[in-house]
Design a binder for this molecule. Structure first.
Ligand code: ADP
Length: 191
């Protein structure tokens, strides 16, 4: 199973990604998590990525693309994977298409979690109190929403046109959203 999960910052992608990963026995690959691990470890990639992340901007495509290309070439991704937070730009979609085509593979579904804008700003401000991510200040949160609307929201139509889109309402209890997500993926991939 090869899946991607999209949705605005704060939609709960990472939370749902963990459940999807468990159910299908595939690694959940979060570009945000990989960037944060590199920032913590002080690697050159982390140093490069941090200034973009702190400002709520996307890390340049070349940097992100090569990171994902290497990650999905690892052994644990051989039988499938769930990409959380990638692709986020039209150029990243083209790159992912190329990575898959090279290996004769295709995506099974593109899950999008839909959530109201103001609701997620509030969620992220709550998360900031406990997790303390440096990009969870109100100003940066609002910038991340704008960047999502400009650069990533158009991908929803693109995957819809390909017949791969699985839209799920991301509002409500985590368990309810998980049930909806898993049922929607099953429905879309059994057909
Ligand atoms: P969120 O979805 O809440 O913004 P993530 O953890 O997915 O959080 O991403 C955090 C940051 O990492 C993004 O704001 C961006 O700077 C960077 N990032 C993650 N994925 C990508 C990507 N596919 N392309 C460019 N930048 C990315």
């Amino acid at each position: 199973m090869r899946l991607i999960i999209m949705g605005p910052p704060g939609a709960g992608k990472g939370t749902q990604a963990a459940f999807i990963s468990d159910k299908y026995g595939i690694p959940a690959i979060s570009t945000g998590d990989i960037f944060r691990a590199n920032v913590s470890a002080g690697t050159p990639l982390g140093v490069e990525a941090q200034r973009y992340m702190d400002a709520g901007e996307y890390v340049p495509d070349e940097v992100t693309n090569s990171m994902v290309r290497n990650r999905i070439a690892e052994d644990d991704a051989a039988t499938g994977f769930l990409l959380d937070g990638y692709p986020r730009t039209v150029a990243q979609v083209a790159e992912l298409d190329d990575m898959l085509a090279t290996s004769g593979l295709t995506l099974d579904a593109a899950v999008v979690l839909t959530v109201d804008g103001e609701e997620i700003v509030q969620r992220l401000l709550e998360r900031a109190k406990t997790e303390g991510r440096p990009d969870d200040t109100e100003e940066v949160i609002r910038r991340r929403q704008e960047v999502y609307a400009e650069q990533t929201a158009p991908l929803i139509d693109l995957y819809r046109e390909r017949g791969l889109l699985v839209e799920v309402d991301g509002l409500g209890e985590v368990g309810d959203v998980t049930r909806r997500v898993l049922a929607a993926i099953d429905g879309a991939t059994k057909a």
